[in-house]
Ligand binder design. Structure first.
Ligand code: URA
Length: 259
């Protein structure tokens, strides 16, 4: 593999940052400083260091995608564009990548894409209680009663009684960024991911979601530099965050999944 690509995969940095790092003489392969970005390196056997620190080759890849509206959370689809179709051809060829769970076709924002089936399974397990933060544009302002209702573990409909969820008004900074037109919006944090859950919860409170965007999952925040349709590798810290939030006590049953 080319050295700049390998460094990007090992660290989660962008290719251009990897090139800059290599050209700055900060990267060694098998003890030798390498400054040629296109140098071919055997990723299975090479010992790569950056600033003297050994980098470990990851068995799996983890990406965050800023999902655009109009794409379906699937690997393939007969009629719609898929989120996996937004990845580069090289990524699609090299790896068996899939989205971790689903966002609706019209929902935007953070979608994790990986080839790590075990992590995906744990992320989707209702037992993991992974926090998911959404910003929603709404038909009407939220009230104190709505906040209490979401916190109480509301009966959404005949099929769903939700776990307690945190509903809050956006901070002035968040509102300015998310709703520059001055519309009505709120943030909601859920620990589960049932079908259309956010839309169903607002509908059950007599409101309507006009636009939905996922901002964070398991402590990993959507990178504000990613335009809709763009993606990047997770950093080592972000992967550790996901591993930590899905760690379960010994003996827990991990077989059920949401969505
Ligand atoms: N809840 C919804 O209603 N839609 C999504 O896409 C995600 C959560």
């Amino acid at each position: 593999m080319r050295l700049d690509k390998l460094l990007a995969e090992l660290t989660g940095m962008t290719r251009s940052k990897a090139r800059e790092t290599i050209q700055g003489g900060r990267v060694c392969v098998n003890g030798e400083v390498k400054t040629v970005i296109a140098e071919q390196v055997n990723e299975d056997t090479a010992c790569v260091t950056m600033d003297g620190q050994a980098l470990v080759f990851r068995k799996y890849v983890y990406y965050m995608l800023n999902k655009p509206a109009g794409t379906v959370s699937a690997t393939r689809d007969r009629s719609d564009k898929t989120v996996v179709g937004l990845l580069s051809e090289t990524d699609r060829k090299r790896r068996n990548l899939f989205p971790v769970g689903r966002l609706d076709k019209d929902t935007e924002g953070l979608l994790l894409i990986t080839d790590d089936g075990a992590l995906s399974h744990r992320m989707l397990s209702p037992k993991s209680h992974v926090d998911k933060l959404y910003f929603a544009k709404l038909a009407r302002e939220i009230t104190e009663e709505d906040i209490a209702l979401f916190a109480s573990g509301m009966k959404v409909d005949e099929e769903l009684t939700a776990l307690p969820a945190v509903l809050r008004r956006l901070s002035p900074g968040e509102a300015e960024h998310f709703c520059p037109d001055g519309g009505t919006a709120a943030a909601v944090t859920l620990q589960e991911g049932k079908f259309h859950q956010v839309k169903r919860m607002f509908a059950a409170s007599g409101n309507e979601v006009l636009y939905l965007k996922r901002m964070a999952v398991g402590g990993v925040k959507l990178d504000g530099n990613l335009s809709p349709g763009e993606y990047r590798a997770l950093t080592t810290e972000e992967v550790s965050c996901l591993m930590a939030c899905t760690r379960m006590p010994e003996g827990e049953n991990k077989s059920d999944v949401d969505e």
